[in-house]
Design a protein around this ligand. Structure first.
Ligand SMILES: Nc1ncnc2c1ncn2[C@@H]1O[C@H](COP(=O)(O)OP(=O)(O)OP(=O)(O)O)[C@@H](O)[C@H]1O
Ligand SMILES: [Mg+2]
Length: 508
């Protein structure tokens, strides 16, 4: 006997339909899976057999052949346990119901419980596009399914519950009725704790508004890590589209916090400096999004930048430029988006006090040079805002007054980001930092005085074309914060100023 049921698969962050066909025929008992299954899919057999037995069904002692179509795409993971079981139940005549417009996703335990899988959000979206009316998925993934409108998702606790639902004996509750209240996320640390540091605070605000990359240089204890960790609290709200895209990636990577269907806060990733290149940019034998993609529409924070390996730093160049990572495998090419803000922090030398106003630096000039040269020029060139974080003054630190809070800053950031959302409506540009170079003239009109300053600076500072473009984008952000439509001289002057530190430390 033959039966086929629908399931879904994942390619990068997008889902695609998979048809699981089961054929049961006379012959020596066997179980073969064809259609490019990976090891986890081949192991399904044992889980399916045990789950069927423990739920009171008969595992057919015959020749079982499973085919998974399309046959030319690799099927990865344990999510095919459930469709396999349903297909065998149907092919062996133990479940006579029409499942043609349903899709099944889920891993099985030996007792027949359904366990969570990754990538549910993308798969449910693809199932809706296929015109399926319902998806049966693991209860733990209910929140992700509930996000998608226009298709019913049934969280399934056990095989028995699924069969009872399909037979019309005991209906399952759809995911939309399932979702309990998720408590508010813990608040990130607040900018009101940062005393003084006027310039650094202002630069973090510019970065948040325009999505620009920042390099913080300063002596130990100056407050670099402190400033960076407070950035999430002032980032602009995500648009619905951004939230969906960011959530897809976390769903695929299996890093969505429990009970969360849609990310509301921009992601903030701070990988340790021992992270591998694959961990940073994505890849591995079973491809997985890297930190750059997990930071999609959010922040990638690299603390103690010189401690990262040369290869990891170099590996960031392409993702920073293209906002996507492409991974090639024999059977498929996978693309993970990565539109992120890079925030990096570092000391200026091994002892940390080079350039400190009062504390002497004990490093030789060669040691300082060697330390700074760990940061590659091309990476530096991709960072729009370079700032020195000076040690905080005693008077400021001891002051009883609280500094401006994140909530107040965030309100301003949201206002300035709204200007960009309106400006870039209908395009795929998300913020000023990601204006394609070819469209700079269109989005960044400069006054005559501003033009003059740009020309002078370009010649005097020997800027690269990329540095020039990036100055223009930062100036666009500063003008937006100023409410100005045209970029004027003061906006250019300020943007240039944040671009001059690399000369002090890395210049001759
Ligand atoms: N401007 C400030 N206002 C209040 N507290 C501060 C300020 N700057 C630093 N601190 C205090 O100093 C501590 C150390 O700061 P932080 O860890 O950010 O230093 P850092 O610059 O990252 O140093 P390192 O180079 O060693 O990593 C903070 O946890 C905070 O308590
Ligand atoms: Mg630090």
């Amino acid at each position: 006997m033959f039966a086929a049921v629908n399931s879904m698969g994942l390619l990068g962050i997008d889902g695609f339909p998979v048809r699981v066909e089961a054929d049961i025929s006379q012959g020596l008992p066997s179980f073969d899976v064809v259609g490019l299954p990976d090891a986890a899919v081949r192991e399904s057999r044992d889980r399916v057999r045990a789950a069927m037995k423990n739920c009171g069904y008969t595992y057919p002692v015959s020749r079982i052949t499973i085919n998974m179509a399309p046959a030319n795409v690799k099927k990865v993971g344990s999510l095919y346990d459930l469709p396999l079981l349903v297909a065998i139940l149907k092919a062996s005549g133990q479940l006579a119901v029409d499942t043609d417009r349903f899709a099944f996703i889920g891993e099985l335990s030996l007792l027949g419980e359904i366990r969570s899988v990754s990538g549910v959000l993308s798969m449910v979206i693809a199932a809706r596009e296929q015109g399926f009316t319902a998806v049966f998925l693991p209860a733990e993934n209910a929140a992700e399914g509930a996000v998608v409108e226009g298709i019913t998702c049934y969280p399934v606790p056990t095989v028995t519950a699924l069969v009872e639902h399909l037979l019309g004996l005991q209906p399952l509750k759809p995911a939309s009725e399932w979702i309990g209240e998720v408590g508010p996320a813990p608040l990130p640390p607040d900018f009101e704790d940062v005393m003084g540091q006027g310039v650094a605070r202002h630069v973090m605000e510019i970065a948040a508004v325009g999505g620009h990359n920042v390099l913080l240089i300063g002596s130990p204890g100056a407050g670099k890590s402190m400033l960076a960790k407070r950035l999430p609290g002032i980032l602009p709200d995500m648009t619905a589209e951004e939230a969906l895209e960011a959530t897809k990636i976390h769903s695929v990577a299996g890093t969505l916090p429990g009970g969360i269907g849609l990310l509301r806060e921009r992601p903030f990733r701070s990988p340790h400096h021992t992270v591998s290149v694959a961990g940073l940019t994505g890849g591995g034998t079973t491809p997985r999004p890297g930190e750059v993609s997990l930071a999609h529409h959010g922040v990638l924070f690299l603390d103690e930048l010189p401690e990262f390996t040369r290869q990891s730093m170099e590996s960031l160049r392409q993702p920073l430029e293209d906002s996507k990572v492409t991974i090639s495998r024999v059977n498929a090419t996978i693309t993970y988006p990565c539109t992120f803000m890079l925030i990096a922090a570092m000391n200026p030398c091994p002892c940390g006090f080079f350039g400190h106003p009062s504390h002497p630096c004990t490093c030789s000039p060669q040691a300082v040079r060697r330390y700074l040269s760990r940061i590659s020029g091309p990476l530096l060139d991709r960072i729009d805002l370079h700032i020195e974080v000076p040690p905080v003054q005693y008077e400021e630190l001891a002051s009883k007054k609280k500094a401006e809070s994140s909530a107040v800053i965030r309100e301003r950031v949201n206002k300035a980001r709204a200007i960009q959302n309106e400006r870039f409506a209908g395009t795929n540009i998300t913020c000023n930092a990601h204006i394609p170079d070819s469209q700079l003239k269109k989005w960044c009109p400069v006054t005559a005085a501003g033009e003059q300053l740009l020309r002078d600076v370009f010649d005097k500072m020997g800027l690269s074309a990329r540095a020039y473009n990036r100055i223009l984008k930062v100036a666009r952000t500063i003008a937006d914060m100023d409410g100005a439509e045209q970029i004027d001289l003061p906006h250019i002057a300020e943007a240039v100023q944040y671009r001059s530190l690399d000369r002090k430390y890395w210049g001759e």
